[in-house]
Design a binder for this molecule. Structure first.
Ligand code: S3P
Length: 170
């Protein structure tokens, strides 16, 4: 059923890593998480990477890591929230993968990200305002994804089931 890598995109807190892992298990595909690959390659956390090298260097590393993973065997790939905003990465995903946007509402995203203070972009006085700005900037671009799935309060399994259904209907 799956001939191309499945690439999960969406904002921080949308559930890309958790859903990606479960989707991969359900489809018996390998799973990769771009942020974790960057951390492994850099030998430090994303936060430390931002502090030491800045966002631009992070984006360069992210672009390289995602291209490498997409050139490998078919897999489920969870990307960081900014990855699909990069025109080169977006093009690469369009050519070699099937993009899946996990769309979520602001309240849900904020509730999820508040559980773990690991996101450098949200280490601000008003993270909700930042998230709102990112939604405005990014949602029109995420909308270019091949598949769009709404995620709500329900279990991640329900999101996985919706993705599999959408893949079957393609
Ligand atoms: C980012 C999202 C993060 C991580 C980095 C930047 C973004 O990944 O890549 O902090 O620009 O939205 P998650 O979406 O997995 O939190």
């Amino acid at each position: 059923m799956v001939e191309k890598s499945l690439v999960l995109v969406g904002l921080m807190g949308a559930g890309k890593t958790t859903v990606g892992r479960r989707l991969a298990a359900a489809l018996e595909l390998p799973f990769a998480d771009a942020d974790q690959e960057i951390e492994a390659a850099a030998g430090c956390s994303i936060s430390e990477f931002f502090e030491r090298h800045g966002e631009e260097e992070f984006r360069n590393g992210e672009r390289r890591v995602i291209a490498r993973l997409l050139d490998g065997p078919v897999c489920v790939l969870s990307t960081g929230g900014g990855a699909f905003m990069d025109p080169e990465t977006r093009q690469k995903i369009k050519e070699t993968g099937i993009s899946i946007w996990l769309r979520a509402e602001l309240d849900l995203l904020m509730e999820r990200v508040s559980r773990r203070p690991t996101r450098p972009l949200l280490k601000q006085d008003d993270p909700r305002k930042v998230m709102e700005r990112l939604m405005n900037e990014r949602y029109p671009v995420y909308a270019e994804a091949d598949i769009i799935v709404d995620t709500g309060e329900g279990p991640h399994e329900a999101v996985v089931a919706k993705i599999i259904q959408a893949l079957k209907e393609r």
